[in-house]
Design a protein around this ligand. Structure first.
Ligand SMILES: *Cc1c(COP(=O)(O)O)cnc(C)c1O
Length: 378
């Protein structure tokens, strides 16, 4: 995706210090509308953790979006952005009892869980609330897995939902997450097939579920090619039709990265280009942003961002990219074979593309004296 004119102009400003994130709200809107269209008639619950900036919440609110919040602070951020509580779900499956109670007081009525212990907390702190049970998914195909920590075995979900009803909760449905930055549209079929089994099992027990949450996982455009968004929509619609036929429950999806990832750009300054005699073939390029400044998803080089420089098109050479702190782990890319223009020099500003998701709130409060990422929503 080429940069929009608005972003291109903004990035030329020299009155703003690097590093900063600039997000084009029109791209956020376009991505929301595109995902809504390919997943129709699903409701989109934007995963607030991807980027909780008020400007984004307000823009999505005005488009009619729903919101998936993981903590009391995220819920408060949504409410302060004028989002009505019936458009907010408390989607974390490990919550403090007092947060459940506070959310309930503020009229949040949809909660996730994936264990008996959490179900009991919900029953005590939010009696009568609507709940959905998250099942486990293997992380295959996801560049940033979200699975090991979450989800119950498919075989337990039916019991968990039936028991939720017995405890005075309202079993609404179930959810799964295929893992973030999911490269394979076919992965949703695995979750949808499991969900359909649970729906029928509960029907046999006389319980009608109404809701299927197909999670997030929709990708942003990083270094490696990904299928077009339409391929995700087609695969998901075909799978829903195959497993549910004309008895489709209400579908909700929780994209985070897929809505805001491509909308943001980080501008960073080259602090140093060092030759190391141990590695004569590679330059070490130190940036003023690193793992502690918002680029935490470069851990294990999982997310490989595209980079834009003022010398693109010229000759390139291998480079190691490092962050500015004195911490050994603050290296962004070493094994991923990045090459960058040989004409780059200290003081040049370069851009890390598609950084609208999982960056600003991942920045440390100032580790090693480097300030958190600046943020501009335009
Ligand atoms: C993080 C998260 C999401 C968003 O995932 P993306 O891969 O960014 O779309 C959705 N649902 C839940 C429960 C999450 O924890």
């Amino acid at each position: 995706m080429a940069l929009t004119e608005k972003l291109r102009k903004f990035l030329l400003r020299r009155d703003i210090d690097t590093p900063y994130l600039a997000v084009d709200l029109d791209i956020v809107e376009a991505r929301y509308l595109a995902l809504s269209a390919i997943l129709a008639p699903a409701n989109i619950y934007y995963a607030v953790k991807a980027n909780p900036a008020k400007e984004i919440l307000v823009r999505l609110r005005d488009l009619g979006a729903h919101f998936d919040a993981a903590s009391m602070l995220e819920i408060r951020q949504c409410l302060e952005a004028g989002i009505p509580p019936d458009r907010i779900a408390f989607g974390n499956s490990a919550k403090k009892a007092r947060d459940i109670a506070e959310a309930r007081e503020r009229n949040i009525d949809l909660f996730a869980y994936d264990s008996r212990a959490e179900m009991q907390k919900l029953a005590a702190a939010a009696p009568g609330a609507r709940v959905y049970c998250r099942i486990f998914m293997e992380p295959d195909g996801a560049e940033w897995p979200l699975s090991r920590k979450f989800g119950c075995p498919t075989d337990s979900a039916a019991d968990f939902l039936e028991e939720a009803g017995q405890l005075g909760l309202r079993p609404a449905g179930m959810s799964f997450h295929v893992g973030s930055q999911q490269r394979f549209p076919a992965r949703w079929d695995v979750g949808i097939a499991r969900a359909a089994r649970i729906f029928s099992e509960l029907e046999r027990r006389g319980i009608g579920l109404e809701l299927l949450n197909i999670g997030g996982g929709f990708p942003a455009r990083y270094r490696d090619e990904i299928p077009p968004l339409s391929a995700y929509g087609a695969a998901i619609r075909a799978s829903l039709a195959h497993h549910f036929g004309d008895r489709l429950p209400r579908i909700i999806a929780e994209p985070g990265r897929g809505i805001v990832g491509d909308a943001g750009v980080i501008q960073t300054e080259i602090v140093l280009i060092a030759e190391k005699s141990r590695e004569p073939d590679r330059r070490w390029i130190f940036l003023d942003v690193g793992k502690f400044g918002g680029l935490a998803e470069t851990f294990d080089e999982s997310i490989r961002y595209r980079i834009r420089t003022p010398h693109d098109g010229g000759p390139v050479a291998p480079a190691v990219l490092a962050g500015p702190t004195c911490d050994e782990v603050d290296v962004l890319y070493d094994a991923s074979n990045y090459t960058l223009p040989t004409a780059l020099g200290t003081g040049d500003r370069i851009e890390i593309l598609a950084t609208g998701a999982y960056t600003s709130t991942y920045a440390s409060v100032g580790f090693n004296g480097f300030p958190p990422l600046g943020e501009y929503y335009i």
